[in-house]
Design a protein around this ligand. Sequence first.
Ligand SMILES: [Zn+2]
Length: 183
Amino acid sequence: MFKLSSYTSVFSAEAYAIYTAITVSIDLRIPKITVVTDSKSVFESIKGSHNYTNNYLIPLIKSALEEAETKGTEIRIRMKITREVIVMINRLRSNHYNLNYSLYRKNLIDNSSCPCSSPHQDIIHLIYECSYTYNDARFLRYTVDCASRAEDKMIKFSQAIANPSPCLCRLIQNFSKFCGRQF
Ligand SMILES: [Zn+2]
C-alpha cells in the first residue's frame, strides 16, 4: 500500500495509482493489463496530446506507457462505466425511459411531444430528427450508425446498445447531460 500526502489532489491520487499500476506491470513483466479509471480528467490527459492540468504525473505516465511498449507489456487504459450509465442503458433497452413518448405510453404524462413540436419525443427522435439536439447528437449518431447497419433506426439503436462499447456508453451519458435528462 502507498500512502499519499493529505495535500494530494484527487487528480494526482488517481494519476499516481495509474502510474504505479503501469510501472509494476512492467517490472513484473506482465504481458497485458487493463487499467480502469473513473477519473475522466486523468483519462483525457493521458489520451490527449496536451497536458491541460500541467500535472507532473501525466508526462511520467506517458513515458511509462512508451517504456511498456518497448518492453512488451500491452497496456489499455479504460474509463469505468458508472452505475448511472448502466441503469440508463438498461432503461433504453427495455424501452421504458425518461423521455416524453415513453412516459406518455406509461400514462405518466399527458403529452408525448418534444419542445421542437414533433409529436413523439423518443430517443430516435433526439438522435436523428430533433432540430434542438441534432448537432449535439452527431458523435452519438455516428457511433450508433457504425455499430449497426440495420435500416430501421429503432432496430439499429437497439442493436448498438445490446452490447455497447465504453465509448458508446460515454456518448449516451454525455448526450443525456446535454439534454438535461437522465434517460
Ligand atoms: Zn424534438
